[in-house]
Design a protein around this ligand. Structure first.
Ligand code: NAD
Ligand code: MG
Length: 352
């Protein structure tokens, strides 16, 4: 190894160690906050809060993007005081992450009634004026947020929704109590612990070698097509769900499953999207759409999909009355899955 290579290698190792070390420290810190209410309370003193109202995040507009403002504990106490609320309401907040400098991030919903909280929903328009922002439905705002804010607010909304829906023990009927970080709820009468739930969902891009299969549900925005998705049934492996969902929705049998990536998805509840590529058995490409699940499904060529990837929807009708089809935006895992397929097709068609 030359002297230069040796120094470069050591530098790389140093940076790798630094990165790993920061990540591990941050992870251990978050673990401590979830386990220890006192540590979490202390973290709130220097932490930052994201605000929600009825599960809609507080956002501010900047150019063509939405920004999610943060508030300190002091600002939050002042705000609550102004609306005649007790600062104890801050205990309803949930931990959603922390910065590399260990500034803990929390989310608090000021519009939900909580059985264990002394406070009720606060008036939305007055809060918006006071906070110089608007509470906007996450579904409408998600794709105009930075990747970091989109991920944080998705986690926050999913966690706040779970707490709102799990205030009572399903065995004793008694109110459950959340730990300060919001990573669990406990029933004081029988000590049953409830943890936030996610539903596993597979999303599959089926290919016949040259084309890929895209579908739409009637609930999709006009003109948008996506890969096939479906919830895992109890007792199934993820691979079994892929095969069943494709058979159920379009009447095809798939093989050669290849994992692509996964993503937390907050709608309609909290899903873990697990993305796969799959191929149909040779010669078996005839689609039989299950109209109880889908509006339509069709095969699309590489050229059609590559062109659609460049489009941004939703689209208005063209002059000839047709609507160009478009694909889910970048932040959605279906976009990543489709993009990966297009890139693979492109590289396999290049001369060696
Ligand atoms: N992020 C992305 O790129 C992306 C793309 C497509 C779909 N999705 C998500 O994937 C999810 C599943 O897709 P789908 O609607 O085609 O699923 P699906 O094909 O399984 O059909 C939905 C139906 O499944 C049933 N179901 C079974 N278990 C359920 C559960 N735990 N929660 C809710 N319903 C359940 C319900 O009857 C529901 O109407 C959707 O919620 C959608 O938001 C995300
Ligand atoms: Mg489906």
């Amino acid at each position: 190894m030359s002297l230069y290579c040796g120094i470069a290698f050591k530098r790389k190792l140093f940076w790798c160690y630094r990165l790993l070390s920061t990540y591990v420290t941050k992870t251990r810190y978050l673990f401590e906050l979830k386990e220890d209410d006192d540590a979490c309370k202390k973290a709130q003193q220097t932490g930052a809060f994201y605000l929600f109202h009825g599960l809609a995040p507080l956002l501010q507009t900047s150019a063509h993007q939405y920004l999610a403002p943060q508030h300190s504990l002091f600002e939050l106490e002042r705000l609550l005081g102004k609306f005649g609320q007790d600062a104890q309401r801050i205990e309803d907040s949930v931990l959603i992450g922390c910065s590399e400098q260990q500034e803990a991030w929390f989310a608090l919903d000021l519009g939900l009634d909580n059985s264990s909280s002394i406070s009720a929903s606060l008036p939305k328009p007055e809060m918006e004026t006071e906070l110089k922002g608007s509470f906007i439905e996450l579904r409408k705002a998600l794709f105009q947020l930075s990747a970091k804010d989109a991920s944080l607010l998705s986690t926050a909304q999913a966690l706040l929704r779970w707490h709102d829906a799990h205030q009572f023990c399903s065995r004793s009927g008694q109110p459950t109590k959340k730990n300060l970080a919001g990573s669990k709820r406990v029933c004081p009468s029988n000590n049953i612990i409830y943890y936030p739930q996610v539903a596993p969902v597979v999303i599959t891009l089926v290919s016949d070698g040259t084309r890929c299969l895209l579908a739409r549900q009637s609930s999709f925005p006009k003109g948008m097509y996506s890969a096939l998705a479906g919830f895992c049934d109890i007792g199934e492996s993820v691979e079994e769900t892929v095969r069943r969902e494709v058979a159920e929705e379009v009447g095809l049998e798939v093989e050669s499953l290849q994992y692509c990536a996964s993503q937390h998805w907050p709608f309609p509840n909290s899903s873990l999207m697990i993305a796969y590529h799959a191929t149909v058995k040779p010669g078996q490409t005839e689609i039989q759409v299950n109209l109880r699940e889908l509006e339509t499904a069709a095969w699309f060529s590489h050229h059609e999909v590559a062109t659609a990837l460049k489009r941004k929807g939703p689209y208005t009708q063209q002059q000839n009355g047709t609507l160009p089809f478009w694909l889910p935006p970048k932040l959605a895992i279906s976009h990543q899955l489709i993009k990966e397929w297009v890139e693979k097709q492109t590289s396999s068609s290049l001369p060696a």
